[in-house]
Design a protein around this ligand. Structure first.
Ligand SMILES: [Mg+2]
Length: 261
């Protein structure tokens, strides 16, 4: 039984607001992507710590609020731990940390999740494992050159067990991507690096799952998920202020009312 996305967004709103954390708009844009990936992974092996488990790396580590809420929804985190998000002394900081159980890699220094994810995929291939590695990158962090080094090598090696999901919301932390450094045409770029590439509605779990549940021979997969930053709350959608602002008071109540509709 999966948790409805509106319910997940309400929980994200609650933990981010209570913790006084920024990044709610980044968290809201990837809810369906996270749900699709966690529905696809073999969670029992992850819980067992099996060597040949599926792995998830959330390269856009500042969206940790959403990651912890989804882990809680799938039984990978308890109530007390989630309630401590962004509190002084908690392991659950505003960026994802490998000190938290089941987090594979610390992220938040942007552009540094894809290379270790590729390393994990190479390791699993060496083990002749069927397990897969899913890595979620923000479109803004694709400005970082290290991503393209990993993409080039993944394509060269034909890493069929690597799935790169791009949260393509069209914004980085300061504004529309086109005003800083455009990254389109993204699909053609991934294809030119020997990726099997799909472009989907990033708020449709079914579309995302339709790509990541089918296997591609001898190629890594890129899923360009077209999303809306701040998705689900009208006054946060595509409003860059909400990259950093924490909803409180009347704003919190307004957001909650929309997510309760
Ligand atoms: Mg973005």
């Amino acid at each position: 039984m999966t948790t409805p996305n509106k319910q997940l967004r309400r929980k994200i709103l609650e933990v981010i607001s209570r913790g006084g954390s920024p990044h709610i708009a980044s968290a809201f844009s990837m809810v369906e992507i996270l749900n699709a990936v966690f529905r696809t992974m073999a969670l029992e092996k992850i819980k067992d710590g099996a060597r040949d488990r599926d792995r998830f790396v959330m390269s856009k580590g500042h969206g940790a609020g959403a990651l912890y809420v989804i882990m809680h929804a799938y039984g990978l985190m308890g109530d007390d731990d989630l309630a401590s998000f962004h509190a002084n002394g908690s392991l659950l900081a505003g960026h994802a940390s490998h000190f938290v159980k089941y987090i594979e890699h610390s992220t938040g220094a942007l552009g540094h999740g894809l290379s270790p994810a590729l390393g994990m995929a190479i390791g699993l291939r060496a083990l002749k494992s069927e397990a897969r590695v899913f890595v979620l990158v923000g479109d803004g962090e694709l400005h970082e050159g290290s991503n393209w080094e990993a993409i080039m090598l993944a394509g060269h090696l034909g890493m069929e067990n690597l799935y790169v999901l791009v949260d393509s919301n069209g914004y980085d932390q300061m504004g529309p991507l086109g005003s800083s450094c455009g990254i389109e045409p993204l699909r053609a770029k991934f294809e030119s690096f020997n990726f099997a590439t799909a472009e989907v509605d990033g708020h449709s779990e079914q579309e995302i799952m339709g790509v990541i549940q089918k296997s591609e021979n001898k190629k890594p997969t890129a899923v360009i998920c077209r999303t809306v930053k701040g998705k689900g709350v009208s006054f946060m959608e595509s409003n860059v202020v909400w990259h950093y602002r924490t909803p409180a008071g009347e704003e919190y109540e307004k957001a909650l009312a929309e997510l309760n509709d």
